[in-house]
Design a binder for this molecule. Sequence first.
Ligand code: NAP
Length: 283
Amino acid sequence: MGKKTAIITGTSSGFGLLTAIELAKNGFYVIATMRDVSKAAKLEELAESHNVKDAIQVQPLDVTSSESIDQFQVFVNTLTSVDVLVNNAGFAMGGFGEEVAIEEYRRQFETNFFGTIAVTQTVLPSMRQQRSGKIIYLSSISGQIGFPGLSPYVSSKFALEGFSECLRLELKPLGIDVALVEPGSYKTNIWSSGKQIAKKSMLEDSPYYTYMKSFEQQIETEKARFGDPLEVAQLICSLAISDEIKKLRHPIGKGVKLGISLRKCIPWSRWEKLFFHRLGQKG
Ligand SMILES: NC(=O)c1ccc[n+]([C@@H]2O[C@H](COP(=O)([O-])OP(=O)(O)OC[C@H]3O[C@@H](n4cnc5c(N)ncnc54)[C@H](OP(=O)(O)O)[C@@H]3O)[C@@H](O)[C@H]2O)c1
């Protein structure tokens, strides 16, 4: 039997890049997609050093471009099977609800939500015909818990969670497993080049300017304690190689499981108090 095939979106950096290497090391033939293939050098270098260069093929894919999706569909149709899809491409838009332009919310959703659905639809006919496959979504702790100053990102991940929950129930009877990986904070580019702030919240005359700056400062201070992204890549790989993914949600990272269970179990009024206490603010 030939190698199993895994497709990953957003492999130029972070979780996507490391997952491509982990899956290749574990016997998959990896279709590593990225919107700008001129960024493939880092992945190729790492693949070379792990001796898995022949198991990785780079393909162009911008999840927000219908032209790119159509071209990718043509490529997918040439594959004999698609065993795993890792929907990883994403970025984080911050800003306060009063100030985030609708266009900015749309841009966030185009990548983190609609783009993800579009890529999923390119592989579903093959997986359905095979009656097997695994689709893994990079959600976040922000797919379960809201944070002030982060509503574009949080909303896009909540939407992704709703979509994936429905899809899991639609596809399980067809032999296809859907899973959500929900990381806390990890050291990737999402905190630098992958971060965008709504234009208005960055203007000094914004009523939220100081609030926004203090969040940014907090992230800068905490960055050094963020997790090693390899942990997440290894979790994704363990889901990909398992016989069956038995659970929909897979939280990972410092305090993530606890945070999510508290958010679900304790009354909202207590949660809110706890939340503001942690931020050092009055609710
Ligand atoms: N790091 C964390 O703490 C954390 C926590 C929870 C969830 N996540 C999620 O993990 C996923 C991966 O992020 P990361 O942390 O690894 O950040 P990252 O290093 O910034 O990687 C994001 C990847 O997505 C790609 N991308 C962005 N827009 C794209 C588009 N339109 N089409 C195709 N690819 C696109 C980026 O490509 P370019 O290089 O071209 O920009 C990059 O390869 C995201 O969905 C993110 O929300 C991250």
